[in-house]
Ligand binder design. Sequence first.
Ligand code: 5GP
Ligand code: MN
Length: 343
Amino acid sequence: MVDFSEKIEALSGYLNGTAKRIAIVTHTNPDGDAIGSSLAWAEILRRKGHSVTCLVPNRFPSFLDWMTGIEEMVVAKEHPEEANKAIEEAEVIFVMDLNKIDRLDSMSEPLLASSAPRILIDHHLMPPDDYTLQFSYPELCSTSFVTYKLIEATAGVEAITPEMAENLYVGIMTDTGNFAFSFLTPDLMRGVATLLERGLEIPKVYNAVYNAYTASRVKLLGYSLGRKMEIIENGKAAYIGLSEREMRRFNFQLGDSEGFVNYPLSIAGMKMSALFSETHKFIRVSLRSRGDEVDVNIFARRYFGGGGHKNAAGGKSFVSLSQTIENYKDAVAEYFAELGIKE
Ligand code: 5GP
Ligand code: MN
């Protein structure tokens, strides 16, 4: 394993000299961490004189619309030619907040065809060997915090503007569930303290992200918990399954079901929760667990062709919603039995 300072040197090697054309790409259904880390890193690179394009496979949820710089993101699904061109022409490519390249959807192909150095900045477990250089830190809470560490080591924290501090904080706040999940280290809190010194206003960011929902979204949440949440395994597992029709009834907008999967975990004794949301192509699977016992990264890999982290993971299912739910129940029974979790 190459140590951090050697990697920083290698990174400088790719960026020093002439100004470069750089593409920053992140995962499908981009979340606060994907967007926050991309925008902050883009701004740092621009200040070094590089020309940077940020790309996402599909649109980001509207509760992130206010983030500084987000309007410049190229949404590949809406502008495929522009996206392909930016990737083809890039002299350096940064891949943010994902490890498996297939999470780039339609951008995977041009990315794999490019011979530009491909640099990973991420915090997911088990990154594949697909990168020229990797800043992969599964022990850090978010890619935004990895990005913060990179900024600290390259440009220095003085380079962080209030807007960058906000963008980085969005990723840290959303990936830690507003400082409720794991990886809450003293070092992270020192980083947040530095962001405050650089002009971050925490209530502004919190309100912009968490108190900006539509009435339909809040009603869909009520419906999901009141009518759709099912509890299995004697109170130790739960799931919510939402059909396309149900979501349409609540005027579903992208990102509206974000966070729903966490609510069942607020029940005492609950170990694992799942949200199944139907799209026209597949069932999106979102998984959460609490504590060390249930590892949803393993569960997602084994049963839903996905992955993620120990306590937050996801995948896809290509059978019907009801069949997906049956498969989930069987999978939970099998996995819990293996772990020795008694009913
Ligand atoms: P969410 O439930 O918020 O969509 O995803 C939680 C985490 O699971 C994400 O941070 C991501 O790491 C992972 N994840 C979600 N969907 C997939 C997927 O289809 N494949 C893989 N490999 N990881 C996923
Ligand atoms: Mn993340």
